[in-house]
Write a protein that binds this ligand. Structure first.
Ligand SMILES: Nc1nc2c(c(=O)[nH]1)N[C@H]1C(S)=C(S)[C@@H](COP(=O)(O)OP(=O)(O)OC[C@H]3O[C@@H](n4cnc5c(N)ncnc54)[C@H](O)[C@@H]3O)O[C@H]1N2
Ligand code: MOO
Length: 390
């Protein structure tokens, strides 16, 4: 447990091995935004349910000229069938009547009373018609288990006739700020609010606790308020100082440490533990360290609890905006700005500095002992603005 800090990849693997998606529940489709499907979604309906017009105009049967014998509107389809030489006025999205195989857009039509003639080219068969079932048919598999229900998936599920979807339950999350200096107000307790804002972009129930003093009993009482939580997130007191009491307090509460310390900068003294059904992450107190470990571990853990199949953040190669020195003993996440397709590192690296953190829109990953990188060579970059944490 107190051995060498774990390489990032090993820490991620151990974390994911500890987390299981929470049990499933049925939720009204409109309330399921941000959740992940616990079972696949199949269509209960065919869409479109009938052949529909894609344009405002006239549904035609046979060659022109035509006589207009009625109208098909959304919600009020034309009841009968057309014979050759007949047409109906039709709106976008309205049902194409039987007997018609094409729609003439009104800009290409000349209407005089009930008489209709071409004022443009004759539409071909099927023109301006959305055929029944082109989106999906009843019984079609629409979304596999593990899909995230975003706004587009909400629309799809409703269109497919689902009232509810089976999704993983939203985690109950406790976020504790720890430190005497936060209790007396000499240092503003920024981490809890920051982490709550990060977590709050995902579907979860966040309970803020503290600030809690550096005191075993107080920490014990605070942790007792987390007994019903799925995920407990502390910040501060994770290091080796005399007042870093989070680990013994967690152990006294019944948490079993899975690992402590990851070979990353900032964020080394990360603690990961489990207690009965709950996952526990002890994040370091330095605000940048809390953010980086929140981004790399806490948000992915939340996604995993929600049932995301691929919960870790993804990096992309971006050319470095300047020469970068070789990597050290710990891998480093450099705060950076993406400008003109390049990632420009911010050179203030102290893990207490919030102004460079707030200015950054990306993190450049420098793996341990990596060779120097010349400006213009690709380096792995994690964008901060997507995925809940800007
Ligand atoms: N001898 C060693 N000292 C330290 C080591 C080490 O390996 N050996 N690791 C350093 C690293 S790396 C980090 S990161 C910090 C982490 O320390 P803690 O997690 O124990 O955090 P604290 O000591 O409680 O606080 C550090 C710093 O952060 C401020 N803080 C704490 N919580 C909050 C909060 N909720 N909101 C805002 N600011 C917070 C606190 O006031 C301190 O300034 O340890 C190094 N030391
Ligand atoms: O990991 Mo600490 O976060 O380097 O300052």
């Amino acid at each position: 447990m107190s051995g060498a800090p774990l390489p990032l990849e090993d820490a991620w693997a151990k974390l994911l091995a500890l987390v299981q998606a929470l049990p499933a529940e049925d939720l009204a489709v409109g309330a399921a935004g941000g959740r992940y499907l616990a079972q696949p979604l199949a269509a209960r309906l065919t869409r479109p349910a009938a052949d529909l017009s894609a344009m405002d105009g006239f549904a035609l049967a046979g060659e022109g000229p035509w006589s207009v014998i009625g109208e098909s509107r959304c919600g009020a389809p034309f009841g009968g069938a057309l014979e050759d030489g007949q047409a109906v006025r039709i709106s976008t999205g309205a049902t194409v009547p039987a007997g018609s195989d094409r729609v003439l857009i009104q800009e290409d039509a000349r209407r005089d009373g009930d008489r209709l003639a071409l004022a443009g080219p004759m539409p071909g068969p099927g023109a301006n018609i959305r055929a029944r079932g082109i989106d999906f048919g009843e019984g079609d598999a629409l979304l596999p288990a593990g899909s995230r229900i975003g706004p587009r998936q909400v629309a799809l599920a409703l269109s497919a006739g689902a009232d509810t979807v089976r999704v993983h339950r939203a985690p109950r999350v406790a976020i504790l700020d720890c430190g005497d200096e936060l209790v007396d107000g000499s240092v503003p307790a920024t981490n809890g609010a920051m982490l709550a804002a990060m977590a709050g972009a995902l579907p979860c129930e966040v309970r803020r606790i503290g600030p809690v003093p550096d005191d075993r009993e107080a920490l014990g009482q605070a942790l007792a308020r987390c007994d019903d939580c799925d995920f407990v997130l502390t910040s501060g007191g994770a290091s080796v100082g005399d007042h870093d009491l989070v680990r013994p307090a967690l152990e006294a509460w019944g948490a079993r440490m899975a690992f402590w310390r990851v070979a990353i900068r900032p964020g080394k003294p990360l603690m990961v533990a489990r207690r009965e059904g709950a996952l526990v992450l002890g994040l370091p107190g330095n605000p940048v360290s809390a953010f980086v470990t929140g981004f790399l571990f806490a948000i992915p853990a939340l996604r995993a609890l929600l049932g995301a199949p691929d919960p870790l953040p993804a990096s992309e190669p971006v050319p470095a905006g300047r020469d970068l020195p070789p990597g050290g003993e710990r891998g480093e996440f450099l705060r950076a700005n993406l400008r003109g397709g390049r990632a420009l590192p911010i050179m203030q690296r102290d893990s207490s500095l919030l102004s460079p953190l707030a200015r950054a829109d990306a993190l450049i990953w420098r793996p341990p002992h990596c060779p120097p990188a010349k400006a213009g060579t690709d380096v792995p970059v994690y964008r901060l603005e997507n995925g809940a944490i800007a």
